[in-house]
Design a protein around this ligand. Structure first.
Ligand code: COA
Length: 389
């Protein structure tokens, strides 16, 4: 128990175009929510601080954001870091805080993920272009959407995945986002399959509704050593398993397969073995649906569907709110939004709220075991966490 790590506080800002707040205020919105419900907190509580931020130099012209986080929070932690691992910066930060607590170095940490992409969309797009290997692949015009478009084409050709199945992921996630008041596309409401299928093309076969948007948003989590959890809350959520694996590749050309992600299989295996769970034990999960095809492949890598049958899994409604394993109840990256550095932290917040029964209209009944999966690059780096009540 003393070596276990608990999540005791979780908060998330409203996602979207946030011209109404500064970078500092966005950070505070999430951090304040994570801390405000806790008992027995003082500035000395936080011995560790991780700030997850992928591109603040480009979008808000601010560097050194780990130290900025300490200033905003008014704390003097013993260990402070800013993490940049592109789209999986948030989950990587949580893993670092978890490891520091497990090692005995610190008792309690706060992790805050923040990104303000719409402050300067042109620079945000530039930042996204820097994620693959710029020298060997970027130079040929490979972007996130064109990389995942290759995966979609291959999955369609190899396994018969259909246009309808891709769009069904968007329809489901927008339906969940319509139930999440903090989602970027909350006010868009539900969308029809026809609307999703006929949207303008971005990178064939991926259209606008196959893509996550550019988002401003922040999320925060407070983690502590198991035997201290009850000092802060009577509803701790436990990190039961954690896995992180990377391909020896930053781009598509060195991956063994773009539709069968070896590194994700290994990360899932590590996390599930540590937690002693199997895929059928998952009550709810947040997975990295940066593009609709990604969520379909993730069903397969999580062991929820056989290889090649991810399309059937969405078509059969298994991942919907009323299905066997609801996925992306928050609206996912597609409809809740994808503020790069905040995403992995926001996934943990959503699962924490689900396991605490705080998810309102999108609550999964009797959820006890939840999983998060966060990736970066062309699915070359994966972080998986297993949470439980
Ligand atoms: N889904 C649905 N609607 C979207 C959308 C998305 N992903 N992105 C933008 N829109 C909507 C906007 O809300 C806006 O609607 P409005 O006219 O009613 O206000 C409209 O489309 C135009 O928005 P704009 O931002 O000008 O679109 P765009 O063509 O410049 O950008 C994408 C669209 C898909 C190219 C952009 O969102 C994008 O780059 N997404 C991928 C981000 C990414 O790669 N992230 C990393 C993943 S690993």
């Amino acid at each position: 128990m003393s070596n276990d790590v608990a999540i005791v506080g979780a908060g998330v800002s409203r996602f979207g175009k946030r011209d109404d707040v500064s970078y500092h205020e966005l950070f505070s919105e999430a951090a304040h929510e994570a801390i405000s419900g806790l008992e027995n907190v003082s500035p000395d509580t936080f011995e560790g601080l991780w700030v997850s931020a992928a591109m603040p130099e480009l979008t808000v012209e601010q560097a050194h954001v780990g130290n900025l986080g300490a200033q905003i929070l008014g704390i003097t932690p013993k260990i402070v870091s800013r993490v940049e691992m592109a789209c999986s910066s948030g989950s990587s930060s949580i893993r670092n805080a978890w490891a520091a607590i497990k090692s005995g170095m610190i008792d309690t940490a706060i992790v805050v993920g923040v990104e303000k992409m719409n402050n300067n969309p042109a620079m945000a797009n530039k930042g996204l272009l820097y994620v693959p290997d710029v020298t060997f692949e970027g130079i040929h015009g490979i972007t996130a959407y064109s990389g995942f478009a290759l995966a979609a084409k291959q999955h369609m050709e190899k396994y018969g995945t259909t246009r309808e199945q891709l769009s069904s992921v968007a329809v489901k996630n927008h339906s969940n986002g319509a139930k999440n008041p903090k989602a970027q596309f909350h006010s868009m409401g539900e969308i029809s399959l026809e609307k999703a299928m006929n949207a303008r093309m971005v990178s064939e076969p991926l259209n606008l509704f196959d893509c996550s948007p550019l988002t401003d948003g922040a999320a925060a989590v407070v983690l502590t050593r198991g035997n201290k959890a009850k000092e802060f809350t009577d509803q701790p959520i436990w990190i039961k398993g954690a896995g992180q694996r990377v391909e020896p590749s930053i781009g598509v050309s060195n991956m063994s397969s773009i539709t069968d992600w070896k590194a994700m299989r290994s990360a899932v295996n590590d996390a599930f073995s540590m937690a002693n769970i199997k895929p059928s034990d998952i009550d709810v999960a947040e997975t990295h649906d940066c593009f609709t095809i990604a969520e379909i492949i993730e069903y397969e890598m999580l062991g929820l569907a056989k290889k090649g049958e991810g399309g059937k899994f969405i078509e059969d409604g298994e991942s919907s709110l009323s299905g066997s394993t609801p996925i992306n109840t928050s609206g996912g990256l597609k409809a809740k939004g994808h503020p790069i550095g905040a995403t992995g932290v926001a996934q943990i917040v959503e699962i924490t709220e689900q396991l605490r029964g705080q998810s309102g209209d999108r609550q999964v009944r009797d959820a006890e075991i939840g999983v998060t999966h966060n990736l970066s690059g062309f699915a070359t780096h994966h972080v998986v966490h297993v949470l439980s009540t």
